[in-house]
Design a protein around this ligand. Structure first.
Ligand SMILES: O=CC(=O)O
Length: 332
């Protein structure tokens, strides 16, 4: 690992172009070791200097930045990087990055959705099956020694033939649709726009989608437009038996309202991988057998991380040789 004592000497060259790592000091990533032989990595988190003075002194000519997980990337930080042209996000969601600033400056962004889509979709489907078939409840029942005593575990619901509404038909949403079609579910979706080449029916708003669905699966990005897209009206439209699954971002749902609906029995169940104030999870949910919780793990498999590392490497190589990038995130 390079020493940061003499950063002034660091110059990008064609063989080892300079790339800035943007990470919280607590976020270590194997990417560093993978990229080090090929790029000249600048990592302010390794420097004793405050990040802002590090960036002003050493990163003015940086053209590419890797944003590790959900490290916030504000307009203020971007303003310290006048030569920045590319942000490589190592997450599928990019709500931690100031997209407006990127849009104004024409900064290109790639995200990790191509690397993560299949695993995120598997997790969404697993949550749906778990909520409907009460698998986690059954597991607790057996481990708690209740089987010989009570015999009866709570009755579940069939997954096949459910009407499933997908909110956000990007790469993850499409994979969810593909999987649940194979279960015999009927699939509809809401997205910013209708997708001409998909076989699923389109609803221009989430309220209509909820009215026509037994389960809603949230796969969209968190933006100003999608913040609390699942609110009281949508939950009412989904109905008492309706199930909600979230592998997007916690703030897609008005969490307080969802908790009230679940506690009153006005929503049939929920499978939640993301929460409004992670790692805090509303404690009321712990008691509910129709709720399955996971700690923001939908994308984490060793295969998806390997695919991510490959994607980051390929995109950086492509950028510095003026070749097309993969998994470009369209900033609108
Ligand atoms: O939540 C995970 C991601 O956005 O990659």
């Amino acid at each position: 690992m390079a020493s940061y004592a003499n950063q002034e000497c660091f110059q990008s060259n064609d063989d080892h172009p300079m790339v800035l790592l943007h990470r919280l000091p607590s976020f270590n990533s194997p990417l560093k070791d993978i990229l080090q032989p090929h790029f000249h990595l600048l990592d302010p988190a390794d420097s004793p200097e405050p990040a802002s003075s590090f960036l002003s002194c050493h990163a003015k000519s940086v053209r590419a930045l890797i944003c590790i997980y959900n490290t916030p990337l504000s307009a203020e930080t971007l303003n310290l990087l006048p030569s920045l042209e590319l942000i490589v996000a190592t997450s599928a969601g990019v709500d931690h990055i100031d997209l407006e600033e990127c849009r104004c400056r024409g900064i290109i962004m790639t995200n990790a959705s191509t690397a993560f889509a299949e695993d995120a979709a598997d997790h969404a489907v697993a949550l749906l099956i778990d909520v409907c078939r009460r698998i986690s409840t059954a597991d607790r029942f057996v481990r708690g020694g209740l089987w010989p005593v009570k015999r009866d575990c709570p009755l579940g619901f069939k997954v096949g033939r459910k009407r499933v509404g997908i909110v956000g038909l990007g790469r993850i949403g499409l994979e969810v649709g593909k999987r649940l079609e194979a279960f015999g579910c009927s699939i509809a979706y809401n997205s910013r726009k209708k997708m001409p080449s998909v076989p699923f029916s389109y609803h221009a708003n989430v309220l209509d989608l909820a009215e026509d669905s037994d389960a809603l699966i949230l796969c969209c990005s968190l933006t100003e437009q999608t913040h609390h897209i699942i609110n009281k009206d949508v939950l009412e439209a989904l109905g008492k038996e309706g199930v909600i699954i979230n592998v997007g971002r916690g703030a897609l749902i008005d969490e307080k309202v969802l908790v009230q609906f679940l506690l009153r029995g006005d929503t049939g169940g929920a499978g939640l991988d993301v929460f409004e104030s992670e790692p805090d999870v509303p404690r009321e949910l712990f008691e509910l057998d129709n709720v399955v919780l996971s700690p923001h793990r939908a994308i984490f498999t060793s295969e998806s991380l390997e695919a991510l590392h490959q994607l980051v490497f390929t995109n950086l190589k492509a950028f510095f040789s003026n070749k097309p990038l993969q998994s470009v995130f369209q900033i609108e």
